[in-house]
Design a protein around this ligand. Structure first.
Ligand code: ARG
Ligand code: ZN
Length: 876
């Protein structure tokens, strides 16, 4: 925790580094409480930064300084100064060798940044500013250096890893051993990594397109060695894909992945030594669900892709974070789309964006894809930087086409290999390679908020012409009242009364990307014998909201006929939104609830359509989540949302019972598990049907769930059945099933996390009282972020009903946990508090309770910079 009140850092204040570090030699002697770090730096005045020899400022946090030497001579304490942010050293010559010795305590490091211990293994997390918790250093991404790392440790840590290639190993005189690693690529300190532990590994190899052999290794604790195969397969697929689609080959002789149980995020792309949250790498059919298999494939690919988009070409400063994250998320999304169902992947990504990112864009922490300022950079690893950033890159891809985009990325990698650059450099490379002007497009990087497109149309019978009028606007966000028009690629199709795509131009194209660039704009089309029906924003071609006054009939028509699978799904979502909106209104007015018969029939015909991918059917049958309904609402009435959705689910289940049962029976097969897309698709539809069936609370349906639970041979089916039981079953049976499940799986960390989150995330089961009991469970650990996410996070983010209890006790509970966590792990505390920050959107009584709990966090004492930034901005 930092002592002074956090400062705000501004992008406009960026200055070149005063000194460069040509090489970095690190020497670690690992000890839980007193690890010794010796750092030898070749320091050189940066000629581009100006004249003179200003003091050398090094970042350092919670370090015990032991000594400072320059060119082999101890520097007297009068010539350097320990300052709050680190160390300031007087400089006498433009080039010198600096040696610093310091001590750190991995065992006491619960923040999980820097060097820490996880289940007895040493590991590091340095992005964004964790390296300064290891030693004094210019901890900024535009200082790139060649690292050599020696790790000395007792023999009970047989595996000692760092970046690059192993160049030496041996024994020390006192019976310990050491390994030295050398990374030939200059890199910023945030990509440094070290691991030491008693680990096992699986090994494989990969031959690159140019014929080089690469050794691939995945390291875990011995008990998890059987859960690495899927990650290894995913890694090889990702390596091939990056060669084929981007022409990018791997560049070292070895690529390592290590699974770690205590980890703040998903994974980290350290050069040659990726460190993963165990939950994002370990899987077996018996222990992991389909969703986990797919997440692992995506994250392994994401981190691997960073080797080019992030490591070879990195960020100049942290305001440019989306340069690597937005681009890399786009890359992993396209990879996943190629490996699985493209439409389903798109639907999943857009659902996430619409619920979480749109909410962020509308809330107190709203920021542009390239933020202008921050107090704590960790708070800006957001959906906006990642997912919206990926949408921005996708729009460039849409505007330039696949070939043009590839020309742009080739130029970008070519031009900037080995450099630390900006989002501007990325856009410039895209422009230069294609001879286009993206001046207005750049506003996507600097303006926050979700643009809204209001679309109207008219048809002139006499001339057969059709006119589309598009008005764009963007709501104000903190610090940005007025917005200039965005350049929005609006993908459009027009449907005939027969449901066919109509030609839109002379060339006969049936889909066009309209360049929406002005506040108001019209587009003309001609040659129609009747008024066509627009299919707008196909494939979600821009991260915007589209308003168009569709009738129910038109939406049903699009659901059946649109040639764009994404828009077929979206038409169903619009229909469901309208129906749920009506139900909420009726609930508030005390009317009897009744579900629109059109929605029931639409879902019935989707369920009966055997030509559709079952995974798409499953998506089309899913009602918008409570969180999505909340995001869409002008003002959130939590109770009305909960009751409307509950009613709709129940009514649909009752009306479709026969069809659901038929589909369930047809898809419930006794066949060995495979994480292939076709099998995942069938399981997803089957389990969607099971969940609906159980929503009737019929004994027969619950029996089906119980049987599936009892017999399941894979975790997907087992967990889906258990979830249905937890949501709809009777208390004694559920208790028994949960108990059986725990006894069977208590040895498996990942399954226990799933067991926690199934309960905490369930509106019916996860009452506040039960969630408190779970926190007292021996397997719960406040110091482990996965456990916190599984219990407290699932409660706050997914258990809409219990979190929003009208007495405010759900909020108060989360606030108390946030306060406790802030003392251990500020990053996690600052994430967990987010559901409490949107109080302004709630109806007054509940909103006020939410604000009070946020206020209680603020008043609880000295907050970390992380938590202070989020809470103070949200109370404004
Ligand atoms: N770069 C990592 C990724 O692959 C995430 C690092 C997160 N670090 C943090 N301080 N939040 O996305
Ligand atoms: Zn990333």
């Amino acid at each position: 925790m930092k002592d002074a009140q956090p400062n705000t850092v501004y992008l406009k204040d960026y200055k070149l580094p005063e000194y460069l570090i040509d090489s970095t030699k690190l020497h670690f002697e690992l000890q839980p409480k007193g690890t010794l770090v010796k750092s030898q730096l070749k320091v050189r005045r940066n000629p581009a930064a100006g004249a003179g020899l200003p003091p050398l400022l090094l970042d350092g946090v919670e370090l015990e300084l032991l000594s400072v030497s320059i060119d082999g001579q101890l520097v007297p304490a009068s010539r350097y100064q320990e300052i709050p942010a680190g160390l300031s050293i007087e400089v006498e010559k433009p080039e010198f060798e600096l040696e610093i010795c310091n001590r750190i305590s991995p065992e006491n490091n619960t923040s999980l940044e820097g060097l820490y211990l996880s289940n007895g293994m040493y590991c590091t997390q340095c992005e964004a500013e964790g390296f300064r918790k290891i030693t004094y250093y210019p901890d900024r991404p535009d200082v790139m250096s060649k690292f050599t790392t020696t790790i000395v440790a007792p023999r009970q840590y047989p595996v000692l890893l760092s970046n690059g290639n192993e160049i030496e190993r041996g024994a020390t005189e006192d019976g310990r051993h050491f390994v030295t690693w050398e990374d030939p690529f200059a890199k910023p300190a945030y990509l440094f990594a070290l691991v030491a532990g008693d680990l096992q590994r699986v090994e494989d190899s990969y031959t690159t397109a140019s014929g080089r052999q690469v050794t691939l290794q995945i390291y875990t604790e011995a008990k998890n060695i059987g859960k690495c195969a899927h990650a290894m397969r995913s890694l090889k697929k990702a390596m091939r894909w990056d060669e084929e689609v981007y022409g990018r080959e791997y560049d070292l002789d070895i690529f390592m992945i290590v699974a770690v149980d205590h980890f703040n995020m998903g994974a980290m792309e350290n050069k040659g030594l990726n460190i993963f949250n165990s939950a994002c790498v370990l899987a077996s059919p018996e222990t992991a669900t389909d969703a986990t298999f797919q997440r692992i494939e995506a994250i392994v690919a994401h981190e691997y892709f960073h080797n080019w988009s992030g490591n070879r070409v990195t960020c100049r400063d942290w305001f440019q974070l989306s340069l690597k994250e937005g681009f890399t998320v786009f890359r992993d999304a396209e990879f996943s789309a190629d490996m699985n169902s493209r439409a389903v992947k798109r639907i999943e990504d857009v659902s996430l964006l619409r619920t979480q990112q749109f909410a962020e864009d509308a809330g107190p922490m709203a920021h542009p894809v390239r933020p202008d300022s921050y107090m704590e950079i960790s708070n800006f690893y957001t959906l906006t930087v990642y997912e919206k950033g990926a949408e921005v890159v996708r729009m460039i891809h849409t505007l330039l086409g696949a070939e043009g985009f590839r020309k742009g990325s080739d130029l970008y990698f070519d031009r900037h290999d080995g450099q630390a650059v900006t989002c501007e450099d990325f856009v410039k490379a895209m422009e230069d390679a294609n001879g286009v002007d993206l001046t207005q497009f750049r506003r996507w990087y600097s303006q926050a908020g979700t643009p809204v497109l209001d679309v109207t149309d008219s048809y002139d019978e006499a001339s057969g012409s059709y006119t589309l009028t598009v008005r764009q606007s963007c709501p104000p966000t903190p610090g940005q009242k007025e917005k200039l028009p965005f350049h929005i690629p609006l993908a459009l199709g027009l449907l005939s009364a027969e449901g066919k795509d109509l030609p839109l131009d002379e060339a006969g194209n049936t889909q066009l990307v309209l360049p929406v660039t002005e506040a108001e704009q019209t587009f003309h089309f001609s040659g129609f014998a009747e008024k066509p029906l627009p299919s707008l924003l196909r494939g979600f071609s821009a991260p915007v909201k589209v308003r168009y006054d569709y009738s129910s009939e038109q939406l049903l028509f699009l659901m059946r006929n649109d040639s764009d699978a994404f828009n077929r799904w979206d038409a169903g979502q619009r229909l469901a939104f309208a129906a749920l909106g009506q139900l909420q209104k009726d609930y508030r007015n005390g009317k009897t609830l009744q579900l629109q018969p059109e929605l029931v029939e639409a879902y019935r015909s989707v369920l009966r359509n055997r030509d559709l991918d079952p995974a798409l059917v499953a998506k089309m049958l899913a009602l918008p989540s409570e969180q999505t309904l909340a995001e869409e609402a002008e003002r959130i009435d939590a109770e009305a949302i909960i009751e409307a959705r509950k009613f709709a689910r129940h009514a649909l289940a009752e009306a479709l019972k026969e069809d659901l049962l038929e589909s369930y029976r047809r898809l419930h097969k006794d066949k060995p598990y495979s994480p292939e897309a076709a099998d995942i698709a069938e399981r997803s539809l089957k389990n969607t049907c099971l969940d609906y069936l159980c929503a009737t609370e019929d004994a027969d349906a619950l029996l089906l769930a119980q049987q599936q639970f009892d017999k399941a041979a894979n975790m997907t089916d087992c967990a889906a059945a258990l979830a249905a039981l937890v949501n709809y079953g009777n208390e004694t049976d559920v208790d028994k099933s949960l108990e059986t499940f725990y006894e069977r799986w208590k040895v498996d960390t990942q399954v226990v996390e799933l067991w926690f989150s199934l309960q905490s995330g369930s509106a019916r089961w996860g009452t506040l009282e039960r969630v408190q009991t779970l926190m007292a469970h021996p397997a719960f650990e406040l110091k482990n972020p996965n456990k916190v996410r599984a219990v407290i996070g699932a409660f706050a983010n997914r258990n809409f009903a219990q979190f929003h209890r009208t007495d405010g006790s759900g909020f108060e509970f989360v606030a108390q946990q946030v306060i406790a966590l802030d003392k251990l792990n500020p990053q996690i505390a600052a994430r967990l508090v987010i559901p409490l920050t949107r109080w302004k959107k709630y109806s007054s009584a509940l909103g006020e309770k939410m604000r009070q709990s946020l206020e209680s966090v603020m008043q609880s004492g000295k907050l970390s910079a992380d938590l202070y930034e989020v809470v103070s901005k949200s109370l404004q």
